[in-house]
Design a binder for this molecule. Structure first.
Ligand code: ZN
Length: 83
């Protein structure tokens, strides 16, 4: 069970940051977005893309630096944006 908690925005200090979902959104994902519980980031992802978005000020940020190892076997679809 995935929970959709809010995160503290580093810019405006409001707890209005939500997870950015990448990939093809499901119907549930659109429902969550309409409720302000999720942000949709598009079908493709780059390792430098942000993982959180503030719905108050629009700021987007990463929760961690580059992953220590980008697993291409587990996420081959993410290769689309990589030159
Ligand atoms: Zn903010």
């Amino acid at each position: 069970m995935v929970t959709y908690r809010k995160y503290l925005c580093p810019v405006c200090k409001q707890k209005t940051g939500v997870k950015i979902l990448y990939g093809m959104p499901s119907h549930e994902a659109f429902e969550l977005e309409s409720q302000g519980l999720l942000a949709l980031g598009g079908c493709c992802i780059d390792i430098n893309d942000p993982e959180r978005k503030c719905l108050h000020c629009g700021h987007e940020w990463q929760i961690k630096h580059k992953p220590p190892k980008f697993d291409l076997k587990l996420a081959p679809q993410y290769l689309q944006t990589k030159g």
